[in-house]
Every structure is written in C-alpha cells, then in structure tokens.
Design a protein around this ligand. Structure first.
Ligand code: NAD
Ligand code: ZN
Length: 380
C-alpha cells in the first residue's frame, strides 16, 4: 500500500470520457474513481456471454466488486483467474485461457473483460483477438502502467522463450474503463514504474502536462483524486492522439519509444525482473535527454528538469551497472536499429519529439557512460 493516502472523490468530481478516434474501431476511455456505471456500458454491448480474466492477485482484490457491478446491471460473468506474473504471458497461457472461454460457452458475440495490469491486458487482449477469430474485449486496467500506457493503443500479445511480445495482434478494445481507486493497493515501486511513462508523454508531446506533473508531484504520489485523474486522463489523451495518427506504428507512433532504446538495453543487461520496465525507461530517458541536447540542442534546463522530475518520482537517474560497449551491442541487435545506425526518439525541447538515426556511435557510448556518474543536474 502507498502510505497514508486514500483516494477521495474531490471538488465537483466528474468522470472524464475520452474518445479514441480510429474509424470503425473507435472507442472511449472512461476515467473514474469507481466501477459504478461500467456494468451499464458493457450491457450496451449486448454480449451473449461475459468472462472476466484477471490474475489471482487482482481477482482477489477487485474481482468480487467488479462482478457485483456486472450483476447489478443484469449481467452474469465468469471470473477466470490465472497465476500472476510475466510468465503467464505465453502461448500456453493463451491456450489455457482460450480453453476456459470455450468451456464457459463464449461465442463470437461474447465479450472478454481484462481486469488487471499490462500482463492481463496483453494476454487477455490477445486471447480476445484470436478466440473464434476475434471477439470484443473491454480493458479495466489496474496498474498505473496499464492505465497510462498499455491499455491504450490496441497492442496485444504474448512472449516467446526467445523474446518479449513476439506473437501478437493489433486488437482495439470496445471500451477502456479506468478506476483510479484501484491504484490504492498498488505497491509504490509499481506506481513509480507507471510514472516513467507519464513523464515520457509530457516530454514527447505536451510541455504544460509535463509542468503539471512537476508542480503536482506530491499530490500525484499522495494519490489525490483530482491530480491523479488529470494525470491518467492526460496521458491517455496523449497516447490516444499519437496512436490515432499512426495506429500500426509506421511513423509517428515511434516517438513513444523515447527512453526505450537505452531502456531496453538496461532491461536486457541487468536482467528482466531486477529493474522494472519504468526504472529502465527512466535511465533511458536521462540518456535520451542528453543525446537530445547533443543532437538537437535540447536546452540544458530541459535536461535538468527531466532528471529532477524522474528523481523526485523515485525513479533511478544513474546506474553503475550499464557498460557502454555492452549497451551498444544490445542496441544494435534491437529491432529498432535499421541498417546499422541506431534510431532514437529525441526531443528538441520538452513537449516535442521526432525520430532520428544517430550515426555517431561514440556519442551514444559517451551518453550511456554518463549514466555511471551521479547526475550534475541534481546538484543544488
Ligand atoms: N500493449 C502495450 O502497448 C504495452 C505497453 C507497455 C507495456 N506492456 C506490457 O505490460 C506488462 C507490464 O504491465 P504491468 O507492470 O502492469 O504488469 P502486471 O500486469 O504483471 O502487474 C504487476 C503486478 O501488480 C499486480 N497488480 C495489478 N494491479 C494491482 C493493484 N491495483 N493493486 C495491487 N497489485 C496489483 C499484479 O498482480 C502483478 O503482480 C508487460 O508485459 C509489458 O510488455 C504492454
Ligand atoms: Zn514503456
């Protein structure tokens, strides 16, 4: 539990509804402090059958509450729990959950509800994408990472022993329902992980949003409803806008990789599970900001603000565990490297980003090496 904080509905609290415009695959994201109303929205989809897929932890925390909300709307749903953890996001998981849908009698007009973090969204989303060649699904994300990132955009999939997210599909949900109150039970490290993507959204698209997170970081970390809702809705809006411009990642969507090129190297070299994805991306963003300063002239003050904010959000901004040559080797093997040069999402100033090929490998190496020193940006 995050210490000493409870989400209270505050001043004139109004749920926010954000449209995601993708032609006939358009849908809405609802940001709320409860599940109230979700049942009605799902009933409007007229499902023949309904299954809620959740990992056991989330099923124990929120399964009964969600089922009660569905029952109140006159819906009957089966709760299908699975073992928590990234390991469940595999082909065997797909097989087991698809089998469970079949045994509960779900047909092509049924709806799958994904209740949980990014693992559940990716796995249950891919089950929905492939079961009977595709059934509708509703995302009910319960981690900050899932609420601000993975539940928006329609990427679903599972891992292979050879790598992450190698089998999957684009499958847009019919609805995303975000109950920010579920963040109360999220461990602080998981919360910080989601905040890394929040910072990224500000850097690549919206300077005002970045400034809001800077100013309100205590309220956000204290889980105050107004601040948190503004952050979650703001990130969804930014990601949805980028995705709407480029649903299948042919172009602009790649700016969402800001901090992720070096971030993936951190994850690969320190071992998945040792650092969280958000911690790796935090280090990657420090590197991307410094590279942006060298390549695009990002102002030193902007680099400083990014480092300070990440540090204030309890995310790492330096590491003694990343060897530049090894990092370069991993980055060159990464799928984002095209034709030998490294591709980076870079920002000329907070609020904007574009994708660049960087040929100067020595420069990239020096930037990675700079992560070994405590950042001078934090000096008083
Ligand atoms: N599809 C995309 O666009 C996209 C984007 C980013 C990440 N991802 C994927 O997301 C996954 C990571 O997501 P994640 O960090 O949410 O992992 P996760 O789903 O495993 O959740 C992390 C842990 O938190 C627990 N949990 C979830 N909600 C909780 C709550 N409200 N209270 C207490 N505990 C809770 C879960 O049981 C789990 O143990 C990765 O597999 C990654 O590849 C996908
Ligand atoms: Zn990420």
């Amino acid at each position: 539990m995050l210490v000493g904080c409870a989400i209270r509905p505050e001043r004139n609290h109004m749920p926010q509804t954000l449209p995601v415009s993708l032609g006939d695959r358009s849908y809405e994201i609802v940001v709320q402090t409860a599940f109230d109303g979700l049942g009605e929205r799902i009933r409007a989809l007229e499902p023949t059958r309904l299954a809620v897929i959740a990992d056991q932890t989330v099923a124990d925390l929120y399964g009964a509450e969600l089922l009660a909300e569905l029952t109140e709307a006159g819906l009957r749903a089966e709760l299908i729990p699975f073992q928590p953890g990234e390991e469940a996001k595999c082909l065997r998981g797909l097989e087991i959950l698809s089998g469970a849908l079949l045994s509960h009698g779900l047909d092509r007009k049924s709806v799958v509800v994904a209740l949980g973090g990014g693992v559940t969204g990716d796995l249950a989303g891919f089950v929905a994408a492939s079961y009977m060649r595709g059934v509708r699904f509703v995302q009910v994300p319960t981690t900050l990472l899932a609420q601000v990132d993975s539940s928006v955009g329609g990427k679903t999939g599972v891992n292979l022993p050879g790598g992450k997210n190698l089998v999957g599909a684009f499958h847009q949900p019919s609805l995303v329902w975000i109950n920010i109150r579920t963040l109360q039970s999220l461990p602080p490290r998981q919360f910080a992980c989601g905040m890394a993507e929040v910072v990224k959204h500000g850097v690549i698209r919206d300077a005002d949003y970045f400034a809001f997170v800077e100013e309100e970081q205590d309220a956000i970390q204290g889980l105050e409803a107004d601040a948190l809702e503004h952050v979650v809705a703001g990130s969804c809006r930014i990601k949805a806008a980028v995705v709407a411009e480029d649903e299948r990642e042919g172009g602009v969507r790649a700016i969402l990789n800001f901090g992720h090129t070096v971030g993936h190297a951190v994850e690969t070299l320190t071992g998945y599970g040792t650092v969280t994805h958000g911690e790796a991306v935090s280090l990657g963003m420090v590197a991307a900001a410094r590279l942006s300063a060298s390549v695009l002239g990002m102002p030193a003050e902007d680099v400083r603000r990014i480092v300070r904010l990440l540090d204030g959000l309890n995310l790492p901004v330096s590491t003694d565990r990343l060897e530049p040559d090894e990092a370069l080797r991993v980055m060159h093997g990464d799928k984002k490297a095209a034709g030998g040069t490294l591709r980076f999402a870079l920002s000329p100033a907070i609020g904007r980003a574009t994708v660049h090929s960087v040929e100067d490998t020595d420069l990239v190496g020096r930037v990675v090496e700079s992560l070994q020193q405590p950042p001078e940006e934090l000096a008083p």
